[in-house]
Design a protein around this ligand. Structure first.
Ligand code: ATP
Length: 467
């Protein structure tokens, strides 16, 4: 008997390919009947997570439970799960009916039982009239329906879907999203869905799991994730957002873009550095910049009609760039006033204020860290071999185009625009340690750079317990 309320429980799952950690201590519980979406950028590990549940990938560490039973060693075909892949993987030489009936025939079910079940699922995926059609004569959307039918005809407890709509055009994708939601309701089984499309995740899911770089960032309902992102990465990934450095002055008072705003947050500290997120639809534009209600003033730099609203970039008089959506068009060049209401300011505690690395002194003027040897200011106590903690300000990390000019190499992983500068997470190529950088330069994800840090910017603290 399964005593837990969860149909799937993942505990501390870790998986590496070579020296790349793809899943880093992932734990997740999925309730029976839930529609759960794993959402994250390309390469964040979501497919690997899904394939671990399906049994196609064996985790290095951690446990996977299905209905309370450990299934780590259960082969994929014996798990009561079925997977729908991005590519339909149908048998081209079989017709629709035969494709769907294939698994049931292998189980030697009676012919009339097979017929009954195939007809039922064909109806569920709105393909009743297509049973004798050659699968190759079907459109992409129809093929994907057959693939879903083939998966659900086995009556799995959990249906795993790996970007099943990615190959379809936008219109078909929207139609299929609605159908999947309906199917989920009618079938009553648990869906675990993988996508990099945040709109799809918001539309379909009861619960969204946001992943980045092998780590779960946040689990919540679509509304929670949209309205209360836990960190700037989630805010940036889910919907458009303006993310800004800010200072929490006191309860319900926060300063950013050189203006003091009222907000609703409390207990975030006094004069504490925080991040603030304001959604583009939550900034109100006043056509008259001299309107006394205006909290900020600025100029419209771009304006694009997006079907229902206009999307504009406004640069404030202090040089902060904001994305704003409004039903009215404010032409490029207009001088406008801006209002941000307390409820629309989302304040998040900063995860870190500077880089912290562990290192070892090479000699009194060099420290080994991040897989390289960096010159530092003279540490008179150092002879070499002492373990140290190194702190480096975000803006003290220089990214060099030519890797020859840096001490170690890194690749650009995440780029957040913070209104007047970029906040980047880069990762050293050799040791895969994250390094955070504030810069005005424009980089792309995947760029390979050299990391340079001036000796004066390397702050060294000898660890107390070191002999
Ligand atoms: P995408 O949406 O691009 O498929 P994803 O979030 O699903 O991305 P995964 O497919 O889980 O990501 O891959 C995560 C990382 O692991 C990638 O860098 C990928 O190249 C690597 N990876 C996945 N499978 C293997 C494998 N069998 N061998 C080596 N590396 C792998």
């Amino acid at each position: 008997m399964n005593k837990s309320n969860f149909i799937i429980e993942l505990k501390n799952i870790t998986k590496s390919f070579g020296n790349k950690v793809v899943l880093d201590n992932v734990s997740l519980n999925v309730k029976k009947g839930e529609f759960v979406t794993i959402l994250g950028p390309s390469g964040c590990g979501k497919t690997t997570l899904l394939r671990s549940i399906a049994g196609f990938v064996t985790p290095d560490e951690g446990q996977i439970h299905l209905n309370g039973e450990l299934i780590n060693d259960v082969p994929p075909y014996e798990r009561q799960l079925n997977t729908v892949f991005q590519r339909y993987a149908l048998f081209p030489h079989l017709n629709v009916y035969e494709n769907i009936a294939f698994g049931l025939k292998l189980q030697n079910l009676p012919k009339d039982e097979i017929e009954k079940r195939v007809r039922k699922v064909l109806k569920l995926v709105s393909m009743s009239d297509y049973e004798w059609r050659d699968v190759e004569s079907l459109s992409g959307g129809q093929q994907q329906r057959v693939a879903i039918a083939r998966a659900i005809v086995n009556r799995p407890q959990v249906l795993l879907l790996d970007e099943p709509l990615a190959a379809l055009d936008l219109k078909m994708r929207h139609d299929m999203q609605m159908e999947l939601k309906e199917m989920h309701k009618n079938l009553g089984i648990t869906f675990i869905y993988v996508t990099h499309d945040q709109e799809e995740a918001l539309t379909l899911s009861d619960t969204i799991v946001v992943m980045n770089d092998g780590v779960i960032q946040q689990v919540g309902t679509p509304i929670d994730i949209y309205n209360e992102p836990v960190n700037p990465f989630v805010a940036d990934f889910i919907g458009e957002s303006n993310i800004l450095n800010a200072t929490m002055i006191e309860d319900r008072k926060v300063e950013f873009m050189n203006h003091e705003f009222e907000c609703v947050d409390e207990n975030m500290g006094v004069n504490a550095p925080v991040d603030v997120v304001v959604r583009p639809e939550d900034i109100y534009i006043l056509p008259d910049k001299d309107n006394p209600a205006a909290m900020l003033t600025g100029k419209v730099m771009t304006s694009i009609f997006k079907g229902v609203h206009y999307e504009m970039t406004v640069v404030t008089d202090d040089g902060y760039e904001l994305m704003i959506q409004d039903y009215n068009c404010f032409p490029v060049g207009s001088e406008v006033g801006l209002i941000i209401r307390p409820n629309d300011i989302h304040v998040m505690k900063k995860v870190r204020l500077h880089n912290t690395f562990s290192g070892t002194m090479a000699d009194s003027t060099h420290v080994k860290m991040l897989g390289g040897v960096f010159e530092c200011k003279e540490q008179s106590w150092a002879e070499g071999g002492e373990e140290v903690e190194v702190t480096v300000a975000f803006k003290a990390v220089d990214m060099m185009d030519d890797t020859e000019d840096g001490t170690v190499d890194a690749d650009v992983q995440v780029i957040l625009y913070m209104g007047n500068h970029y906040h980047l997470r880069i990762r050293t190529l050799e040791t895969r340690e994250p390094v955070f950088v504030d810069t005005n330069d424009i980089w792309d994800e995947g760029d390979i750079v050299g990391i340079k840090i001036l000796p004066k910017d390397i702050k060294i603290k000898k660890l107390e317990n070191e002999a």
